[in-house]
Design a binder for this molecule. Structure first.
Ligand SMILES: NC(=O)C1=CN([C@@H]2O[C@H](COP(=O)(O)OP(=O)(O)OC[C@H]3O[C@@H](n4cnc5c(N)ncnc54)[C@H](O)[C@@H]3O)[C@@H](O)[C@H]2O)C=CC1
Ligand SMILES: N[C@@H](CC=O)C(=O)O
Ligand code: NA
Length: 428
């Protein structure tokens, strides 16, 4: 099987190395030799470590070459990559990619081109790096009914939040370190502002709920507004803060099903299994009717871990080629509507600085009640002539919670809304 490798950076470099170093073993497992036919990079003169006869700057020409059976795309971004991959698929080449940004916007185009030509499209590396997660969703759990997929899917932001929480390290220095270690995207705002996790949430929701979900369907908030004092407040309550992707099947009172997909910081108890996931590690829970709760954990970013998932996909393509079959196609038959964030049930943790006098708690409680939001727990402590009031709610539509916070912020007795964060997990 002849492989065109597009991109030879953090991940592509590791794929090229492993393809060469493990050539014999891969051939034995795949049932055919897996050989590099060409490597497209932006600047071939910058890659003295690679065989010059394989290098080209012309990815467009390489992807449809007669000498190529499969295209491995590790460049990233939407254009020109989308055009190259559609052309490759139309020409009957299978595609393996780690490009979540592209898949979250254009997987329909790619699957349609793959179907028309009978080619394979694999993308295990696109979500949660090395962790086998998409193959379990597409294949192992294809007979079950998934209700929820929730977890940490961005290594860079988890690395930053873990460091801020454990060492009190600053945001900027931690982000620089994550970039140096090869975790961050070429433009790290994609990580920090939650775009990367939102792309992954779209892919997860699409596979889990057999519905086309794109990045624009995913409610997205990043970690830029999470401060050291948010983390300190969480720590004081026996909690920590993680950026979570949460994809759920929601059934309303009339029995109508929809899909909710969101990415935002979440306060979770330290006893929660996701709280112990540190550094660039990822962890994802999947809940399904028959299987119950499953958890997937491992390295979600970095060159070698991501290359592991790419090579697994390459072996799958090679086996299909040898057997004359195909891997799984797109499964979007359910076509469930996407639920707006405002109608998605969430729970809030609200920390307020209020006047320390009679009737204050009643006014705050009245604001919650007025929006139909039920309170799960209240904790008050005195701080000088003010009081610190922490309210944790039961589930309510996110818009109702948001309106409550807006109203509370305007109350005379409220000096400051110190922190507002959604919560997951049991109360302590
Ligand atoms: N780094 C990581 O931990 C992970 C990355 N990914 C995804 O893998 C893909 C690659 O990421 P990295 O290796 O980190 O990026 P990178 O920036 O290290 O490498 C990109 C490569 O693409 C090449 N390239 C750029 N424009 C090109 C063009 N017009 N023609 C030919 N080559 C071109 C560059 O020369 C470079 O070799 C992205 O889609 C990323 O989202 C997925 C999972 C983890
Ligand atoms: N930038 C991403 C890389 C893997 O997908 C991350 O930090 O998780
Ligand atoms: Na993966």
């Amino acid at each position: 099987m002849r492989v065109a490798l597009l991109g030879c950076g953090t991940v592509g470099g590791e794929v090229a190395r492993l393809l060469t170093e493990q050539a014999d073993e891969l051939a034995a497992r795949a049932g055919t030799a897996v050989e590099l036919a060409g490597i497209a990079v932006r600047r071939p003169d910058k890659h003295p470590e690679l065989p010059p006869e394989l290098l080209t700057a012309d990815a467009e020409k390489l992807v449809t070459s007669d000498d190529v059976d499969v295209v491995v795309e590790l460049v990233g971004g939407i254009e020109p990559v989308r055009g190259w991959l559609v052309a490759a698929l139309k020409a009957g080449k299978s595609v393996v990619t780690a490009n979540k940004a592209l898949l979250a916007e254009h997987s329909a185009d790619l699957f349609e081109a793959a179907d028309a030509a009978g080619a394979d499209l694999y993308f295990e590396a696109a979500v949660a790096g090395a962790i086998p997660l998409l193959r379990p969703l597409r294949e192992s759990l294809a007979g079950d009914r998934i209700t929820r997929v929730m977890g940490i899917v961005n290594g860079t932001t988890n690395y930053i939040l873990s460091a801020m929480d454990s060492t009190g390290a600053g945001y900027a220095e931690t982000l620089d370190e994550a970039s140096r270690l090869g975790y961050a995207e070429a433009d790290p705002t994609a990580d920090v502002d939650g775009y990367d996790a939102a792309s992954k949430a779209a892919i997860l929701a699409s596979l889990a709920f057999h519905t086309r979900v794109t990045a624009s369907d995913v409610h997205r908030e990043g970690i830029a507004d999470v401060t050291a004092s948010d983390l300190a407040a969480a720590r004081g309550l026996g909690r920590t803060v993680k950026l979570l992707a949460i994809c759920e099947r929601v059934t309303d009172d009339d029995g109508v099903e929809s899909v909710s997909a969101r990415v935002h910081p979440v306060m979770i108890p330290r006893s929660h299994q996701l709280a112990g996931v540190g550094g660039a590690f990822n962890a994802v829970y999947v809940e399904a009717d028959a299987a119950g709760e499953l958890m997937f954990y491992g390295q979600g970013a970095g060159g070698a871990p991501t290359a592991s998932a790419v090579l697994g996909d390459l072996v799958a393509v090679a086996r299909n080629l040898v057997a004359g079959g195909r891997g799984p196609r797109e499964s979007a038959h359910a076509a469930l509507p996407v639920r707006p964030m405002g109608q998605t049930p969430t729970r809030y943790h609200v920390s307020l600085s209020v006047a320390d006098r009679a009737g204050v708690l009643a006014q705050v409680a009245q604001a919650f009640a007025g929006h139909g939001v039920s309170i799960a727990a209240v904790r008050q402590s005195d701080v000088g002539d003010r009081a610190s009031l922490v309210v944790v709610t039961h589930q309510a539509p996110d818009a109702a919670l948001q309106s409550t916070v807006d109203e509370i912020a305007k109350l005379d007795v409220v000096h400051e809304v110190v922190s507002v964060m959604r919560v997951e997990g049991e109360d302590q």
